[in-house]
Design a protein around this ligand. Structure first.
Ligand code: ATP
Ligand code: MG
Length: 327
């Protein structure tokens, strides 16, 4: 982790020779603070922020990537399978042993995980539970870190943070203090929040980012087929920024996505599926949540290396729990 003073000075924008004081000022005004942000936002945004040619911004991005490789923050372009295999994967417990097992030990850092399912299947409960657990030490399933909660549906509830923390024997006041909430009022605002998240992540020791939900604003704002391609492009860009944030800031990202059982009155099946696919293709892992009586089923879908299997869990006052608990 490059969180020491030394590492953060090595991550300063001015370490790249093409970035003079005027360019640095313009980049900072556009929310770029460190070399990580250059890689997260990419050459097109850099060119837009500074007015430079894209040839030059591509060059800057390449340099940023090399520096992050040298610092060991991201993988080198050519690596052996051994070094990939031994790569450090940190995990955050979900609160349920079986759910953790399904994920191979918990929610993974440097990856984007999507949970999708119908209303009331526990997506938001999972988000809240992870926000409490990420704060704990490794023995208790956390990473001694804070969470950033991007709330697009107005369903973040501090009261739930309190009851989940209390139910698990953690200090509720400290638990509230360690969750930073950003309410996104529309899709453009949601994009702005994520574009400017770099400094917030660095300053607050954030290791978990929640986007609940990733798709809701796009669904509500882009009605009908005429706007479909713009919607897909915007959502695609948003998801790609999330992937790069996960990698360069070494955080775990969880996005939720609601899937309706009955055909959606506005979009019909095709449009809804397409919206979902953008998220599906950019996520590293996908979990489908379903009801099963009082319990819930979580199923690992299309994972590159997990077996496709499902587990049972339950929703309790203390958040996500194993199905045999809390009865
Ligand atoms: P949506 O798609 O509408 O956002 P969701 O998948 O996010 O739905 P959640 O809000 O996570 O759904 O789950 C709601 C369910 O969580 C409730 O139906 C209830 O079963 C359970 N739940 C919520 N609060 C508590 C609590 N304090 N104690 C026990 N169960 C709770
Ligand atoms: Mg929800």
């Amino acid at each position: 982790m490059a969180s020491s003073e030394d590492a953060s000075s090595r991550l300063a924008l001015s370490n790249i020779e093409e970035i003079g004081p005027a360019t640095e000022k313009r980049l900072k005004e556009a929310g770029f603070r460190s070399i990580r942000d250059l890689l997260v936002r990419g050459p097109v945004d850099i060119a837009e922020a500074t007015g430079m040619e894209t040839g030059e911004s591509v060059e800057i991005c390449n340099k940023a990537r090399l520096m992050l490789e040298e610092l060991g923050i991201i993988d080198k372009s050519f690596v052996t399978a051994t070094s990939l295999y031994s790569r450090r994967r940190e995990r955050i417990s979900t609160g349920s042993k079986s759910f953790d097992d399904l994920l191979g030990g918990g929610l993974e850092t440097k990856a984007v995980t999507e949970v999708y399912g119908e209303f009331g299947t526990g997506k938001t409960q999972l988000c809240h539970t992870l926000c409490v657990i990420v704060q704990q030490n490794k023995l208790a399933g956390g990473l001694d870190a804070r969470a950033l909660y991007i709330d697009t549906e107005n369903t973040f509830r501090p009261e739930r943070i309190v009851s989940i923390a209390e139910g698990r024997g953690f200090d509720p006041r400290r638990s509230l203090e360690n969750v930073i909430v950003a309410k996104a009022y529309n899709s453009a605002h949601q994009e702005l929040i994520i574009e400017e998240a770099g400094p917030v992540i660095e300053d607050n020791n954030i290791r978990l980012i929640i986007v609940d939900s990733a798709v809701a604003h796009y669904r509500a704002e882009f009605l009908g087929r005429a706007t479909l391609s713009e919607r897909q492009q915007r959502l695609n860009k948003f998801m790609h920024i999330l992937v790069r944030i996960a990698e360069t800031y070494e955080v775990a990202v969880l996005v939720t996505n609601q899937i309706q059982a009955s055909p959606d009155a506005y979009f019909g099946d095709t449009v809804r599926a397409t919206g979902g696919n953008v998220v599906a293709h950019t996520s590293t892992y996908r979990i489908h949540l379903k009801r099963s009586g009082k319990n819930r089923i979580a199923r690992m879908v299309d994972s590159p290396y997990h077996a496709e299997r499902e587990i049972l869990f339950t929703l309790t006052e203390r958040g996500i729990s194993d199905a045999n608990e809390g009865r």
